[in-house]
Design a protein around this ligand. Structure first.
Ligand SMILES: [Fe+2]
Ligand SMILES: [Fe+2]
Length: 262
């Protein structure tokens, strides 16, 4: 099976890059399943019904997220009822939304799990190791999925690497998101799990993580409050990884698929 995972799609340039790249890429690489992180989909923070529709039309099947998923009420009000959209599973159980879901690829059921890290991430989440253990224990018994993809949305590279090793041999791939900076460490861990510390971002190239650079410079240099403005012009990047799985569910390969668009 060929699974494409797209790094955090940020604002209008990110959605445009998905529309420009994804339909052809799906055909060319014979991709069976497209998963994308959408926490920054609608004007940089959160999601709306309209922006979700836009990327679904371009070919995105399952959407994961992270700490910014709560930015707009549309998530809690409506989108949290859509089982193709995830919020990290280690948020409290009484918060809206799904922490894991299934995608049907032919006769196969693919399990997708979303988790949030805790280092430098001030969110009210449970510890992700025990959360993922509980999901795997329960779901492997009930549904027996062979192909399992985990999006670990975290700041610290060490936390993401540790989760990769923790899940090695138990899931097909562990991919990191959240930093918006792609890492060059795609690898197959010893027991067969595909891993990358961070998939990166899909959005404006001339930006600081998607935000207009002058704003971030002001924020870091001066004591005055500044409003975030998302970079909306100039070249765009599409950053993703392609995971090919073997019959038993382990990863045969994981490689970066990155494109720069004018
Ligand atoms: Fe993000
Ligand atoms: Fe994030």
């Amino acid at each position: 099976m060929r699974i494409l995972f797209i790094g955090d799609i940020v604002a209008k340039p990110g959605r445009a890059a998905v529309r420009e790249v994804l339909p052809d890429l799906i055909k060319k690489e014979k991709i069976d399943l497209v998963v994308a992180n959408i926490e920054n989909l609608a004007h940089g923070k959160g999601v709306t019904v309209k922006t979700v529709e836009e990327i679904k039309e371009a070919g995105v099947d399952i959407m994961t997220s992270g700490n910014h998923i709560w930015a707009r009420e549309e998530f809690a009000d409506t989108l949290s009822n859509d089982p193709t959209i995830l919020r990290p599973a280690n948020y409290p159980a009484d918060t809206p939304g799904y922490g894991f879901t299934y995608a049907n690829v032919g006769k196969e059921k693919v399990l997708i799990i979303n988790l949030l890290g805790r280092q430098w991430m001030n969110e009210p989440t449970d510890e992700p190791y025990r959360t993922v253990d509980a999901i795997l224990l329960d779901q492997i018994e009930k549904e027996k999925p062979k192909v399992i993809v985990v999006d670990f949305h975290a700041e610290a590279t060490s936390e993401k690497a540790a989760m990769g090793w923790f899940l090695d041999g138990r899931v097909s791939a562990v991919v990191g998101t959240h930093t918006h900076i792609p890492s060059a460490d795609t690898q197959i861990l010893p027991k067969g799990t595909g891993f990358v510390t961070d998939v990166g971002m899909t959005g404006a190239l001339h930006s600081v993580l998607g935000v207009e650079p002058s704003i971030i410079i002001k924020r870091q240099k001066d004591p005055y409050p500044v409003k975030f403005e998302w970079a909306e012009t100039g070249p765009k990047v599409f950053q993703s990884v392609l995971v090919k799985t073997k019959r038993g569910g382990g990863a045969a390969s994981i490689e970066r698929v990155d494109k720069t668009l004018p």
